[in-house]
Each structure stands twice: as C-alpha cells, then as structure tokens.
Design a protein around this ligand. Structure first.
Ligand SMILES: *Cc1c(COP(=O)(O)O)cnc(C)c1O
Length: 494
C-alpha cells in the first residue's frame, strides 16, 4: 500500500513508514492511502475468534504493507495488552434496546486516544529503524485535553523520541490538566498556552511549516513528527475498532454477518469518524455515520449546507475534547470524494477567509454516508441523567453528546430495527464533576472529591489511572504566549 498527499496534484507516493515518520506532507496536505483494501463477510468471520490485538494486527497489515506481519502483531500485543487495557480493549455494551456503546476508554488514560496512541509510538520506532534514521523524533502535539495525556503516556521513555505537548490554559478539564502537569518520563515536556485549542493547533502547524526552525532542529539532531490525529499512524489503528465491534455484534448474535448497522461518533477533529468512514469504504456494513457535535457545531452546519465556516464564536463546553472549529481530518474526507486540486482550493479558502463551500457533487456524495447533528449543553446533561436513571448506563459528557444525537437520529429516521453503535470516547470519571452535576445539579469543585462522589452515587469503580492524582508532583506549571511556542520547542531540543 502506498500513500499520497491530499494536496499533491502530481500524486507522488510514499511508504507507510515514511508517512508515519513525517506526519504531514511537505505541501501541508495529509497523507492518505492510494486505495481501500476490501473486506467481506468471510474476512469478518475469520476475525471473530481472534482477540483485539490479533484483529488489529490483521487489519493494520492491510495498510502497513511495508511492516512485517509478525512485527505488527508484536506491536499490537504490547499495545493492547491486558495490563494496559484489561481483558477486552474495546468492549461493546448494550445501553438500551438496539443502542450499543463501543467503549474505547479502557486504556491507560481512560479516553479513546489511547486506542491509537499506545501503538503509534511503536509504529514510529519501527519506522525509524526501518529507514536507518539517525535523528531523534521530536513529537509536537496540540491538544484539547485527551490527546496530550494519551500521547505523553504512549511516548514516555520510548527510544529515539521526545515529546512536547501544548494545551489551551483554560480549555481543558481539571482532571485533564492534572493528568498532564504530573506527567512522568525523561523525554516529555508539557506547556500551557494563553489561547484556545485552535491557537495551539495553528501554532504547532506553523512550527512544522517553518523551514528555519526545522533546519535548526535538524542541526541539533532532531526531526519533527506529529502525534495529532492528522498522522496516519493515529488514524489507521482507529479503523480497527469499528471492524472489531462489528465482529462482536455478529458473535453476540445481535446481527447476522452482512447486516447493516448505524454508527454515531462524538466528533471534534473528525479523526474518529473518518476511520469509521474508511471502514465503510472497505466494505464494513455501515449504513450511516452520524457526526455528533456539541455547540461548536461547525460540522453540523457543514454537513447540512455544504458550507464550512469557522467564522463564529468559539464556545467552551462540558465536552472540551470536541471544542474545535477547524476539524483537520475533514480534509481527508474531501479528498476521498474529490481530488487534490479541489482540496487545495478549499484549504486555501479556509486559510484565507475561514470558509469554503463544496460543490453539489461533493455535497451529494458526503450526504450518502453522513448525517450531522448536534446536542446543546442542556441536552447533553439531560442525556447523562436519563441514560443513567432509565438504563443504569453512566456516560461521560462526550459520549452523551453522541447518545443524544443517536436518539434524535433514530426518532427522525425510524431505523429502530437497525443496531446503532454509539462510540463512547471517555470514561465518565474523566469528566466526573460535570457528570455528577448532570445527575444531581450539585457542583463539586475538587476533582478528587468528584471522583469519590460519582463512585458512591453510581455504584461504579474509579478507574485506577485516575486515582490519587492530586498526590502526585506537579512537574509542569506556568503559561506561555502563543507567540513563544517555537522558542519553547527549540529550548526543549537543546
Ligand atoms: C478527541 C476526542 C473526541 C473527538 O475525536 P476526533 O477524532 O477529534 O473527532 C471525542 N471525545 C473525546 C473524549 C476525545 O478525547
């Protein structure tokens, strides 16, 4: 399998290892596979007896053909070990009737980013070895909360790598902040910036595109690489859990092999749902992909009107990992339904005017697979309460956005006979105070108290990685200006 850039009209091709090392193409486009390997019911049948790591190795080997299969299996066994994820890395649980939750938060940081970020450092290490690279990879991450911690955990003390994470000072939850500023590891750095997530992401993108900084880093023995969801090494492992969940539904006799399901994904940067789209393109029987947004509903408007317009006020919500106005991975979808020239013109327009409108053919093709819906803060809170009161299922604020949208979709489409798979992206304990407030209308200021209160109210256990965070040492404090990000990076690479 070879890869191309979404903006390259000449269609140069790259190997998987190079794509993972580089992160973003030199023309600022995103790497995409040249084609989609196809899977059918026989393929699904053969995956069913396998565990998650084995399924992952099989599926990844379709895309990373330049890696040895046994090497991929070793990476997957390490990444999705029982020690890191428990017995089942991505269990499917029934919420009610025909609605299921695909729980992607049983990893070390209790959020779905672990699904990709536990394996991605191994893929990068492998790429460095395969290409006889002498330099150290310097990973830069902009995070709205969960990516940062998950990347830090994934890369900590991994050979040939250093990692630096930027997060918006007032745009992450207390728990997320606490997790990051107490990060351990010899090769890690964490930095709060005076701005929002898009400022952080734009700052990181600028550093990647700055040839002077790249030259200086190269002279001191580093090359830049990204762990953000724009890296193909993040996206590929996310295709796995859609296919794995389908296997589980077949295995549990909830569907016959070949029957269609709907999928609803709480969406921010569009990485998770794009992986679902790729699974659908490969042949996984997915009927529709419901793109669930919070009140930063730029994607809902885009899917409804064909106009992507980020010129609007940025809202801080109780689902901060979805507080995003520029969904980077949408560029890949645009490429899959058009071509490099079209994508380049839209991205130019986005950079210059903050908006673009897709032509009617593209709009029509996207409509065939996607529905855009959003949930307000009120709807998100009441969904948490109703889902717990009625079905004893406790969901976090992000998952609740998706449950709310899934229920609305079912009401409007009347597709109650088709299973709806809601992608659950975080443990309720990661956003304990907001979940607790939704259930009780009581505020708790202290993050640790919120965990304990939520546990006794719900009768569920606090996940081990979130226990006793407050007792850990704060390693990284202080806030920097957005303009000082590149200086910070150069200092860290000394
Ligand atoms: C990152 C994240 C999302 C959004 O996923 P994208 O791939 O950016 O669309 C949703 N929920 C949680 C908890 C997240 O951490």
């Amino acid at each position: 399998m070879m890869y191309k850039s979404t903006r390259d009209v000449n269609e140069s091709v790259f190997f998987g290892a190079d794509v993972i090392k580089q992160g973003i193409a030199s023309d600022n486009g995103l790497f995409v596979p040249e084609s989609f390997p196809s899977i059918d019911s026989e393929y699904i049948e053969a995956l069913i007896p396998l565990n998650y790591a084995q399924r992952a190795a099989q599926i990844l080997s379709l895309y990373l053909t330049d890696y040895k299969k046994e090497v991929l299996l070793r990476y997957c066994n390490e990444a999705y070990s029982e020690n890191s994820f428990g017995k089942n890395a991505a269990p499917v649980r029934a919420i009610h009737d025909n609605i299921y939750s695909l729980e992607l938060w049983h990893g070390p940081t209790c959020a779905f980013k672990d699904m990709a970020l536990q394996i991605m450092p191994r893929l990068l290490s492998g790429a460095i070895e395969k290409t006889a690279e002498k330099k150290t990879a310097l990973i830069l991450v902009a995070t709205s909360g969960d990516t940062g911690k998950a990347a830090l955990e994934g890369y900590r003390d991994v050979e040939h790598t250093k990692i630096m994470v930027f997060y918006p000072a007032n745009g992450v939850s207390d728990m997320q902040k606490l997790q990051m500023i107490t990060q351990e590891g010899k090769n890690v750095n964490v930095c709060a910036i005076d701005g929002n997530f898009d400022d952080a992401q734009t700052g990181v993108k600028k550093i990647f595109a700055d040839s002077a900084i790249n030259k200086a880093l190269s002279d001191s023995g580093y090359f830049l690489s990204s762990a953000n969801s724009i890296n193909w090494g993040r996206l590929a492992p996310q295709i796995v859990y859609y296919i794995s969940a389908y296997c589980d539904l077949v295995n549990a006799k909830k569907i016959k092999n070949g029957e269609k399901i709907n999928v609803c994904v709480p969406t921010g940067n569009f990485g998770n749902i794009l992986a679902g789209f790729i699974a659908k393109k490969m042949g996984l029987p997915i009927n529709r992909l419901v793109c669930a947004s919070n009140s930063n509903n730029v994607l809902t408007d885009f899917l409804n009107t064909g106009c992507y317009d980020k010129n609007r006020s940025f809202k801080l919500t109780i689902s901060p990992s979805m507080d995003i106005l520029i969904s980077s991975n949408l560029e890949r979808l645009l490429y899959f339904v058009s071509d490099a020239e079209t994508v380049s013109s839209y991205m130019k327009s986005l950079a210059e005017c903050g908006k673009y409108t897709v032509n009617s053919d593209i709009k029509k093709t996207i409509d065939e697979s996607f529905t855009g819906l959003y949930a307000s803060e009120e709807e998100t809170r009441s969904t948490i309460k109703n889902t717990f009161d009625n079905y004893k299922y406790l969901c976090d604020t992000h998952t609740a956005v998706a449950v709310s949208c899934a229920e609305r979709y079912l009401k409007e489409s009347n597709e109650y006979n088709m299973p709806m798979l809601v992608v659950s992206t975080a443990s309720p304990y990661k956003f304990a105070a907001d979940v607790y407030y939704s259930l009780t209308e009581k505020n708790i200021d202290n993050a640790q108290t919120a965990l304990e209160e939520l546990s006794s109210l719900s009768g569920t256990e606090i996940p081990t990685p979130l226990k006793d965070l407050e007792k850990r040492n704060v390693v990284f404090d202080g806030i920097i200006n957005v303009g000082d990000m590149s200086k910070k990076v150069c200092e860290f690479a000394k």
